[in-house]
Design a protein. Structure first.
Length: 123
C-alpha cells in the first residue's frame, strides 16, 4: 500500500481552509494546515510535504518570504508550491513564479475542483 501524499495548506482564511481540507481528504490526501507563514515554514521543514498550497497575505511571514526561504533550502526546494491568493496583479504573479511557484492562482478565478486537478498534476 502506498503512502498517502501530503499537502500542506498555508492559509489564514478559515472557511477556505475547511473547504479545501475536506476536498483533499475526500481525494485521499494527508492534509496539514498552517495559518501563519512562520508556522507554515516550520511545518514544511519538519513534514516535507509533497505539495504546498500557499496564500501570500499571511500573519507573521508573508508568502513571498516563505517561498524565498523554502526555495533556497536544499531540503525543501524541490517541493512544488502552488500560490492561491487574492493578489492578482501581474507583478505579484511574476514575482511568485520567479521565486519558484509552479502555479499562481487567483482565488476568485478558480473553483475548488480546478485547484484539486492542479494538485493532482504536480503530485
Amino acid at each position: 500500500m502506498s503512502k498517502k501524499k501530503k499537502v500542506l495548506l498555508i492559509e489564514d482564511e478559515g472557511s477556505l481552509v475547511n473547504i479545501l481540507r475536506e476536498r483533499l481528504l475526500e481525494e485521499d490526501y494527508d492534509v496539514s494546515v498552517a495559518i501563519q507563514g512562520e508556522e507554515g515554514l516550520q511545518k514544511t521543514m519538519v513534514e516535507q510535504p509533497d505539495l504546498v498550497l500557499l496564500d501570500l497575505i499571511l500573519p507573521r511571514l508573508d508568502g513571498f518570504v516563505y517561498l524565498q526561504k523554502v526555495k533556497s533550502d536544499p531540503k525543501t526546494k524541490k517541493i512544488p508550491v502552488i500560490i492561491l491568493s487574492n493578489l492578482g496583479q501581474d507583478e505579484d504573479v511574476y514575482k511568485g513564479k520567479k521565486l519558484g511557484a509552479v502555479e499562481y492562482l487567483v482565488k476568485a478565478n478558480h473553483p475548488i475542483n480546478s485547484i484539486i486537478k492542479l494538485i493532482k498534476k504536480y503530485i
